[in-house]
Design a protein around this ligand. Structure first.
Ligand code: SAM
Length: 280
């Protein structure tokens, strides 16, 4: 095993064509939540995305690439950096790549990275920060879209409250379009979240379909903790009660509610309206 600590020993360079190879099995296995939990690793697909992650100093364990792109300048450069940091460089056949990615026409480069999740105790908001708390979010596409939107508006982090979907699932990572590497993620159980809320120095605003306050009229004094409910049940009564303010996004038509990721986007652009203004 390469030394992953501090100054890592260079990783190995291997070429694999067999689906039965244990490295292939290990990497392929990361599409299952149980294996991601045990190993603390996850998959990210695409040359640009993997290069961005490495540049952002995420710890890489394996750099997998199609044998056909081995001599491309960007892949060579990325391989050199990843290897120097202790990652194994795994060159594979098209068949093996397709199996690892579990899709047709897979990306030619896949990275295996160490997960990063902070604890609620580690969240120390500055006055201008906006954090998004997601209670019991279940849909990986929604989570990925919210992380991507959080990145786009410069939010300080996303806090996963209670029993939520795995942010490092392949579907969630894909939906972030690379923003998973730029938005800090925190996991908190309800008690840990309550402790964070209790010491929150600014506004804690929840979104609720039965709220009477219009989201455009609320005072978003920083730092802001925006609390969103889950897709099925919405905000639990306990969390709704814990929010200093509850707001609603008015709707016309017959829809009962907005999609969670859409509602989060609408809220973020309102909270950050002044900061995101582009003056002509
Ligand atoms: N059946 C759920 C309920 O009754 O709350 C619907 C949940 S909705 C799909 C998911 C989350 O998006 C809500 O908990 C809320 O945080 C937010 N949301 C969706 N539409 C909203 C609206 N019009 N106003 C405020 N929040 C909204």
């Amino acid at each position: 095993m390469p030394d992953r600590s501090g100054t890592a020993a260079p990783g190995r360079v291997v070429h694999i064509t067999s689906l039965a190879n244990p490295v292939v099995k290990e990497i392929r296995g990361l599409s299952l939540g149980k294996n991601r939990k045990e190993s603390g690793l996850f998959l990210a697909e695409g040359l640009k995305l993997v290069a961005d992650a490495v540049e952002a100093e995420w710890r890489i364990r394996y750099l997998v690439h199609a044998a056909r792109v081995a001599n491309e300048a960007l892949v060579e450069r990325l391989s050199t950096v990843a290897r120097a940091r202790g990652a194994d460089i795994v060159s594979v056949s098209e068949a093996v790549l397709g199996k690892i990615a579990r899709r047709e026409n897979p990306q030619a480069v896949i990275g295996v990275f160490e997960q990063r999740l902070t604890r609620a105790d580690d969240v120390h908001p500055r006055e201008t920060d906006v954090f998004i708390a997601l209670e019991a979010i279940r849909d990986p596409g929604n989570l990925g879209t919210i992380v991507r939107t959080a990145d786009a508006v410069g939010a300080a982090g996303v806090i996963l409250v209670g029993d939520t979907v795995d942010p490092f699932s392949v579907e969630a990572v894909r939906a972030t379009m690379g923003s998973i590497f730029h938005v800090p993620l925190t996991r908190a159980n309800p008690a840990e979240f309550e402790a964070l809320r209790a010491r929150w120095p600014g506004t804690v605003v929840g979104t609720h379909l039965v709220a009477t306050a219009d989201y455009r009229k609320a005072d978003y004094r920083g730092p802001v903790l925006l609390v969103m409910g889950g897709e099925q049940a919405g905000l639990t009564p306990a969390l709704a009660k814990a929010c200093g303010t509850l707001v609603r996004i008015p709707m016309a038509g017959k829809a009962d509610s907005l999609n969670l990721a859409v509602a989060t986007g609408v809220m973020l652009f309102e909270i950050l309206r002044d900061r995101l203004r582009i003056d002509g």
